[in-house]
Design a protein around this ligand. Sequence first.
Ligand code: ZN
Length: 348
Amino acid sequence: MRAGIFHAPGNVSVETVPDPTIEQPTDAIVRVRRATVCGSDLWSYRGVTKWEDGWRTGHEFIGVVEEAGPGVRDLECGDEVVAPFSYCDNTCEFCRAGVQTSCVHAGFWGGNHDDGGQGEFVRVPMADGTLVRVPEPLAGDLSKLAALALITDVVPTGHHAAVRAGVRPGVTAVVVGDGAVGLCAVLGARRLGAERVIAVGHHAGRLEIARDFGADAIVDARDDEAVVARVHEETSGGAQCVLEAVGTQPSMNLAINLARPGGTVGFVGVPHTVGAIDLRQLFSNNVSLAGGVAPARAYIPLLLDELAAGGHDATPVLDMTVPLDRLGDGFVAMDGRTAIKVLLEVSD
Ligand SMILES: [Zn+2]
């Protein structure tokens, strides 16, 4: 099969590798139909996290069950499935508590020992626990594949920001970040009933999508002090709920500065470059910091039901589509910020 391979920072290619096979009775082999490039793929691509030559790329994919091991009970060949960005048994105490990313058997796609999502086939461990079957009327609808691909990671991650920030009916929510996750966080804040959503970013085109996704106000500024002043003015002293979707020191500082006393920051940007948090500031203002890696598996069923019922899909964040073999072009575009998010057409 063809699959994405990391070689060195700035160097990702698609090559022929051995087809995966069933290794454990609970494995399934999924034929990938659509995959996506994630902002978090850029951390290794840019050399911020150390990856080694030969590791498989990608963790966002949807497809069809091609083969199921003898221990797979809930899925059969031909089932259309969505995979969360990590695998899990979905039965252990942490899975039952809704933090499947902390499953005692959890693992992440790609790297040195698992298939990546950016390939033609993926061996899925613990298939019954990991995969979610696509419900009617989405199953069989080719026009929904792009929307389904976003339910593997960015839509549940944006939703998690809203959950962790405590968004509820009546609150004002501020979203920091206008990448794909930030835009999906706007959808998350709306889904949970925020009365008002303010989106903060600095790409006019992306902020327009935020408005389409339900943001009432957008703050387009590169000057963080100006953003704080503007948001404090709009919210009479800060927002109850701040959704942080970037993961850098400046964005985390900004998010904390945008929270009103007693408010909560829900952070879902992978904090690769966050060095220190001013605990004294949190203490003084009773601001809570909550968040973490999204348990996508916990949210996928409800997000599929919403999409099946005609809810707002997130496909406007996909502004570039290429076949799998042009994966490298997708990385270049996202690294250069000429694309928000890249869809890979892998098979029909
Ligand atoms: Zn588990």
